[in-house]
Ligand binder design. Structure first.
Ligand code: SF4
Ligand code: SF4
Length: 107
């Protein structure tokens, strides 16, 4: 069984602590160097809140096999007015979707 979970790249983490604050399950903690890590990865239910908060794309989200294929993953790049979702499928091919956050937040 493939669980939903994330991986945090400590080399990219700038210790902002946002992912720790937004995780609804309190699954992410800071290590002795204040870098974030997921402590209870089996309990991650894939809400993507941490992923969307990280401004430096340090968090990788593992996709379910039905979405990304075996080994698929996703990261987010944030710009001033956009989020770009980068999806790497099970064959290593990268697909992306760019969302205009100004327009998408209009009701
Ligand atoms: S995806 Fe959601 S549940 Fe999983 S670690 Fe991130 S914020 Fe927590
Ligand atoms: S949101 Fe990103 S940069 Fe901030 S603590 Fe979490 S992983 Fe590190």
């Amino acid at each position: 069984m493939i669980l939903m979970s994330i991986k945090i790249d400590k080399d990219k983490c700038i210790k902002c602590g946002k992912c720790i604050k937004v995780c609804p399950g309190s699954l992410i903690y800071a290590d002795e160097n204040k870098k974030a890590f997921i402590k209870y990865e089996d309990e991650c239910w894939g809400c993507t809140a941490c992923l969307k908060e990280c401004g430096v794309s340090a968090i990788k989200y593992f996709l379910g096999e039905d979405i990304g294929g075996r080994g698929g993953s996703m990261t987010v790049n944030k710009g001033k007015d956009f989020w770009q979702w980068n999806i790497t499928d099970g064959n290593g091919k990268v697909h992306w979707v760019k969302i205009n956050t100004k327009e998408s937040n209009k009701y």
